[in-house]
Design a protein around this ligand. Structure first.
Ligand SMILES: *Cc1c(COP(=O)(O)O)cnc(C)c1O
Length: 363
């Protein structure tokens, strides 16, 4: 009889223990409440996912992907780990690899910001840079054929997270709202990168039989918006975007269109202006996708206000803004990319005061 070596099972148990102890040591992220004078009667809540040890909502995903790989018997002691990611996921996955004593390689496009490469390397990970960004998936697959465990964020994000609860982001939000005046929100707003967050929230709202609707905030002309409208898995982006983490070029395998009730497309200049506004509101910086979320929240709130509805709207602050000092918070960089957030900043500031809709066409 051939047996699975007992030492492997002992390591597996210790690894799962290490992940559970990390979760037990971590506090839940804050649900920050803000009131915006123009939208009287509507309460806004923002879940501060920048507060995770690795600075973004990808901390949750990385923890789930490791646990999923371990429980599927795909990750053994001493095995190298790989994933295709140029952003927050690589940093979170490198962080957990260090926790588990494994070596992590991030497959990234060569044009990736040097600060991100340094962040992965500072956590003990390696970066495998490929010239053509479209090549990253194939390169990750090559690492996997050579024995690495492919965490596969784009392939597994929607199933690695336990959608029925187990302190997933949706359960956490609704639990934190329990004693609020509008404990069942009218809307939850999030972006779609892997699609994991929107899938988890959308399923959980149905499972818990809540009236809450889910809105995906998408950079204008990107694939989720086109795919959701046409219900086509082969939809592609029709415009570029500078917003990181969301606004994918192609429909990703974990995009679940059927649990999303609305998609709002936000121009990049509006997202950047809203990112600046978030700094004014919270006195700290968040990333561009958080700005995209804010614009969508205001648009939904204006419609509620126009119908005389009261209620709550919840969204996410997805990552820390420090990483964007040389990009979204640099006027030279914005000039270089032809983005002028000033008119949007003025418009959004007016919305906060008078409760109007930011995206509606001006008369
Ligand atoms: C990944 C990411 C998102 C989108 O979350 P998904 O669950 O992957 O769809 C939004 N913002 C940032 C900064 C991200 O890194």
């Amino acid at each position: 009889m051939t047996q699975f070596p007992a030492c492997d099972r002992a390591w597996l148990h210790a690894a799962i223990d290490a992940l559970e102890r990390e979760a037990a040591r971590s506090a839940d992220t804050h649900l920050l409440k803000i009131e915006l004078p123009g939208y009287a009667g509507i309460d806004f809540y923002f879940k501060d996912e920048a507060a995770h040890p690795t600075g973004s909502l990808k901390h949750r995903l990385a923890r789930s992907l490791y646990l999923y790989a371990l429980c599927n018997g795909r990750l053994r002691q001493g095995q190298p780990v790989v994933d295709a990611s140029s952003g927050s996921t690589a940093i979170a996955e490198a962080w957990f690899a260090r926790l588990l004593g494994l070596h992590f390689t991030a497959v990234m496009p060569a044009c990736t910001a040097p600060a991100k490469i340094r962040a992965v390397e500072a956590l003990g990970g390696s970066c495998d840079l490929v010239d053509d960004p479209a090549e990253v998936y194939e390169r990750a697959a090559t690492h996997a054929r050579n024995g690495a465990c492919h965490l596969d964020q784009f392939g597994l994000a929607e199933r690695a997270t336990d959608w029925r609860g187990n302190n997933n982001i949706a359960e956490s939000i609704l639990g934190q709202l329990t004693r609020e005046p509008h404990a069942k929100p009218a809307w939850i707003v999030c972006g779609a990168g892997t699609g994991g967050t929107s899938a988890t929230i959308g399923r959980y709202l149905r499972y818990r039989r809540l009236p809450t609707r889910l809105c995906v905030a998408e950079p204008s002309g990107r694939s989720f918006a086109h795919g959701w409208r046409s219900r086509r898995a082969d939809a592609c982006a029709s415009q570029p975007t500078l917003i990181e983490g969301i606004g994918r070029a192609r429909v990703e395998p974990c995009f679940l269109f059927d649990v999303v009730d609305a998609v709002l497309e936000v121009p990049d200049a509006a997202s950047v202006a809203a990112t600046w506004l978030l700094e004014e509101i919270f006195a700290r910086r968040y990333g561009g996708s958080s700005g995209t979320n804010l614009v969508a929240c205001l648009e939904l709130a204006a419609a509620m206000r126009a119908r005389g509805e009261r209620g709550s709207i919840v969204s996410l602050l997805c990552d820390r803004g420090e990483r964007y000092a040389e990009t979204l918070f640099s006027s030279e960089w914005l000039d270089l990319h032809g983005i002028d957030p000033q008119p949007w900043h003025a418009r959004l500031t007016r919305c906060l005061a008078d409760g109007s809709a930011p995206l509606a066409p001006t008369a």
